[in-house]
Design a protein. Sequence first.
Length: 90
Amino acid sequence: MPIVTFQPSGKTMEIDDATTLREAAHLAGVNVHDRCGGLGACCNCIVTVVDGAEHICPKTVIEEAVFYLDPQDRLSCQCKITGDVTVRVD
Ligand code: FES
């Protein structure tokens, strides 16, 4: 099962395949500022992918529409995970 590591806290969470980064953060007790409850509407649940980008689904249409996302940034509620990933939450 994939392991997600959250920086800077260093918390880790082992999750099922296809779990989102937002769900993993909740399980780990990490706040990703998900104000819309994962509906893809608030665009606040940004995480920066540090390692394992190849284990995250491609950017969704919702993410592509958010002009202020840096290339390594993702909306955690849109990211399904298939392998180990490390992300930074600011
Ligand atoms: S939780 Fe609102 S866009 Fe992700």
